[in-house]
Design a protein around this ligand. Structure first.
Ligand SMILES: C[S@@+](CC[C@H](N)C(=O)[O-])C[C@H]1O[C@@H](n2cnc3c(N)ncnc32)[C@H](O)[C@@H]1O
Length: 278
């Protein structure tokens, strides 16, 4: 067990929606890694080494008079954070076909049973963006496809892609903890076609993929769409998430500059997942 130290913020929020979604997006943009929603707000986590006492000055929603947000913070050891996760992690079912659960939950009768021990990584299916990406994977044919999962977190999307018949899956995450966690989850789900890498889009060279899935955030996607386009086979599919409905025009404009056409989007609360085709 690594002894990374985290800062845990507890935000009490009114009204809860859409405030917590906006707050999560703003905190994500300044380096917060993970979020746990509760009945009256959210807990947000950032590594102590990435934290500065005045960093919340950049979070615009905190000073917006339309919302009421109060907060406090404390330093915690990673082990405590895991305990929080485990208390909050209930199994989730996507479209009656796929269940994402922790090892300590009982298996239920679904076609795709995914076991994830999230530890510090994002990707249990609870977040709207993960949920919609899982829906996209369930709704599309992955048989025999070569797949890239960029920003793989726990590896949950890569795991479902393999279960749906992908021939090979490269899963890449910039974060060392996510990399290690995805390696564990790949093994835990007995996946054989997934290779996990630590890094970012600079790892992409001459590889070609039939499908690219990337649930990251607006700015990283905008920066990396040109790389994704280069790596897609003609007719290849790109599934993106990690941004809001309002960001679709900007993301679609960038995609169309690289020959990727908008096909459809899913929406959950204000979050979206979008399909583009080359
Ligand atoms: C929103 S989470 C998505 C995790 C998982 N794919 C899912 O759908 O639940 C985004 C992930 O992208 C990773 N990430 C952030 N910036 C990245 C980058 N430039 N390249 C690759 N991964 C990145 C983060 O470490 C995080 O695990």
């Amino acid at each position: 067990m690594s002894n990374t130290v985290y800062i845990e913020y507890n935000f009490e929020i009114a009204p809860l929606q859409p405030t917590s979604d906006i707050l999560i997006a703003e905190l994500g943009a300044i380096g917060f890694e993970s979020f746990v929603e509760h009945e009256t707000g959210i807990q947000a986590y950032i590594q102590k080494e990435d934290w500065q006492a005045d960093m919340l000055k950049e979070v615009g929603i905190l000073t917006n008079p339309d919302f009421s947000i109060s907060y406090g913070f404390k330093e915690i050891e990673q082990e405590n954070w895991n305990a929080t996760w485990e208390r909050n992690f209930n199994p989730i079912t996507v479209d009656n076909e796929c269940e994402v659960r922790a090892p300590f939950h009982e298996k239920s009768d679904v076609t795709y049973d995914i076991v994830i021990e999230p530890k510090m990584s994002f990707g249990t299916g609870h977040h709207e963006t993960t949920h919609m990406m899982l829906q996209f994977i369930l709704a599309h044919d992955f048989k025999g496809k070569t797949v890239l999962d960029m920003g793989s977190g726990t590896g949950v999307l890569a795991i479902l892609a393999e279960m749906r018949g992908a021939m090979s899956v490269d899963a890449i995450d910039i974060d060392n903890w996510c990399y290690l966690n995805a390696v564990e989850n790949v093994e835990r789900n007995n996946c054989k076609q997934i290779k996990v890498y630590e890094g970012d889009a600079s790892l992409l060279k001459d590889q070609k993929y039939d499908v690219i899935i990337a649930n990251i955030n607006r700015n990283i996607l905008l920066a990396d769409i040109p790389e994704y386009a280069k790596c897609l086979t003609k007719g290849g599919q790109l599934f993106l998430s990690g941004f809001y409905k309002e960001d679709i025009p900007l993301i679609s404009k960038k995609c169309s500059e690289y020959g990727l056409n908008f096909e459809k989007n899913l929406q959950k609360n204000n979050w979206v997942a979008v399909k583009y085709v080359l």
